[in-house]
Design a protein around this ligand. Structure first.
Ligand code: FNR
Length: 193
């Protein structure tokens, strides 16, 4: 099972990247072939239909292909102002837009249709970015993804990781692990269907 794991943050010391690395390791331990994506490695301008009319940016095409190749995604999102960051929205907006004049990528939701997605969040606050999830999940459903019903919000993220970036709390590990397990299970079932 190929799983794409990424954080909705490009911050150097991002808690969500740390969480993404932890769930990536859990998915690998569960037998998945994991790709850790860094959104900051891709040159994605702010979405603009005029810009797009001149051609889909090359890095958007690369990301479309990457997302398409992975039947399962694990997303660790920060919470900004009770929602998810513009980085994620802009990336998903670009990816969901059809590629003008391209026979392969003309189906709007081709890159996302039928993907199984696990949603996690991390925040220094007590709620762990839970409110970001209530916006991100409907977006993913709109893209025809299957979102795992159990999500995880890691609160007090400032003290949740040790110096090596590992989760210190056993209960946190178990909760994150159960999101990973659901995604691997559901993606496996969907692939057999
Ligand atoms: C935040 N942060 C934040 N946290 C939260 O729990 N609820 C919120 O509504 C917000 N709002 C918010 C808005 C803006 C503009 C910023 C920059 C930050 C704090 C945020 O959770 C914190 O910066 C995290 O550390 C961001 O995630 P990464 O970069 O550590 O993964």
């Amino acid at each position: 099972m190929k799983v794409l794991v990424f954080a909705g943050s490009t911050r150097l010391a991002s808690f969500n990247r740390k969480l993404a690395r932890e769930v990536a390791a859990m998915a690998r331990a569960g037998g998945a072939e994991v790709t850790h994506l860094e959104l900051g490695d891709y040159d994605i301008p702010m979405y603009n239909a005029d810009l797009e009319a001149r051609g889909t940016p090359p890095d958007v095409m690369k990301l479309k292909q990457l997302f398409y190749e992975h039947p399962a995604w694990l997303i660790c999102t920060p919470e900004y102002n009770a929602s998810y960051p513009a980085l994620l929205k802009n990336t998903l907006d670009w990816l969901s837009s059809p590629v003008k004049g391209d026979a392969v990528w003309n189906d709007d939701f081709r890159f996302s249709r039928g993907k199984v997605v696990g949603v996690l969040s991390a925040s220094p606050g007590a709620l762990g970015g839970l409110r970001s999830q209530s916006h991100l999940v409907p977006l993913l459903l709109n893209l025809h993804c299957w979102v795992a019903p159990q999500t995880y919000a890691l609160g007090r993220a400032g003290s949740a990781f040790d110096a090596d970036g590992h989760l210190v709390d056993e209960a946190a590990k178990t909760r994150a692990q159960s999101v990973v397990q659901q995604v691997l299970w559901a993606a496996g079932r969907l692939q057999q269907a």
